[in-house]
Ligand binder design. Structure first.
Ligand code: PEP
Ligand code: MN
Length: 356
């Protein structure tokens, strides 16, 4: 297994700064304030990908000289978003420390490849946001493109995924996609961007805590001296004061406790879970055997597979039984939808076999 390039695994990597660099003063004020909190990696968008034209599209390369000047005064590293080889060249020429690839760029393999090639002689850290659509392979593919040109400091930023239906989140987190990325690429630092997931500053604390509980390696939080007046993402940015409250109240859980009593209790509970899961699988197998018997019986009697009244009855009764023991309706509905879909599939196979 490859080594993680960020060695300091016990402390989350905090990245804070404005959605967009707007002026020298706004940027400097934010950097001074976050630096006072001990945060030494600053983010600032200077080219902004906007969903609709004629919105503020970033101040562009002018901000590169502000960044240089601020770096002479304050000991911080700067991260900016790049979307093309031209952005990369300007970033490298101006001493930018870290770049990230935004969610609208990581959907496009041509752009990611172009950026990877432009960066290949630099070996600065490159963070790649998840693509806006929930496609784990596309995110993974972006990471591979960066690694394949020889970049060794690649990280991933989880910023959530677009949804057709409105949800409580600006971008639904779909945590399991990020967890799967962490499982398959454990040496790639995984950073959560609660600002773009939540889309509202009131949600940042809870999303950040959840990410830390899932052992993410860091957080990127949009911070602005006067969020309501921000030229982009005004609802989701926090003031440095709010950022201080967030970071001081976050609980950093231990990865593992080297205490034999803790470990033996945990093992005992895990053994119980293993045995329950074993029973669940045995029961599912028995259930499937009955489904196949029913399939044969329906086929012999020329009765259709899908019986809507029975399906409604199953959902209704299982939800009722679950409510009585405190399980949620949604959870049971999801599980039974999967079980029912597989049952229909098995019975369809039986019908098709006997037709031949
Ligand atoms: C941003 O970081 O300000 C940004 C534009 O994010 P995303 O690419 O996640 O939409
Ligand atoms: Mn933003």
């Amino acid at each position: 297994m490859k080594e993680m390039w960020r060695k300091d695994e016990h402390k989350p990597w905090l990245i804070a700064g404005p959605c967009s660099a707007e002026s020298f003063e706004q940027l400097r004020e934010t950097v001074l304030a976050v630096h006072d909190l001990g945060i030494t990696t600053v983010r600032a968008g200077i080219w902004k990908p906007r969903t609709r034209p004629n919105n503020f599209e970033g101040v562009g390369k002018e901000a590169l000289s502000w960044i240089q000047e601020i770096k002479q005064e304050i000991d911080v590293q700067f991260a900016i978003e790049v979307a093309s080889s031209k952005h990369v060249d300007l970033a490298l020429k101006n001493g930018i420390d870290i770049v990230w690839i935004g969610a609208r760029t990581s959907v496009n393999p041509f752009s990611v490849q172009e950026i990877a090639e432009a960066l290949q002689d630099s070996d600065i850290p490159v963070l790649i946001k998840n693509p806006i659509n929930p496609d784990p392979d596309l995110w993974m593919g972006g990471i591979e493109r960066l690694a394949n040109v020889g970049l060794s400091k690649v990280g991933a930023i989880h910023r959530g995924f677009s949804a057709f239906k409105k949800t409580e989140y600006r971008n639904q987190p779909l945590w399991q996609i990020a967890i799967e990325l962490k499982r398959s690429l454990p040496h790639i630092p995984l950073i959560c961007d609660p600002s773009h997931i939540g889309g509202d500053r009131s949600m940042i604390f809870d999303i950040s805590q959840k990410a830390l509980d899932l052992r993410y390696d860091g957080l990127m939080i949009e911070t602005h001296p006067n969020p309501p007046k921000a030229l982009s993402d005004p609802k989701q940015q926090v003031t440095p004061g709010q950022l201080k409250d967030i970071v001081t109240n976050l609980q950093i859980r231990n990865n593992r406790i080297d205490d034999v009593f803790f470990q033996s209790k945990l093992d005992e509970l895990r053994n119980k879970i293993d045995s329950i899961d074993h029973d669940i699988i045995e029961n599912l197998t028995s259930r499937m055997k009955l489904i196949e018997e029913i399939g044969d019986y329906k086929e012999q009697n020329n009765v259709a597979i899908l019986q809507i009244e029975r399906w409604n009855e199953i959902l209704r009764t299982r939800k009722k039984w679950s409510q009585d023991v405190g399980l949620s309706d949604d959870f049971i509905e999801d599980i039974y939808t999967l079980i029912h879909a597989d049952s229909i599939k098995r019975q369809t196979e039986i019908f098709n076999k006997t037709k031949k």
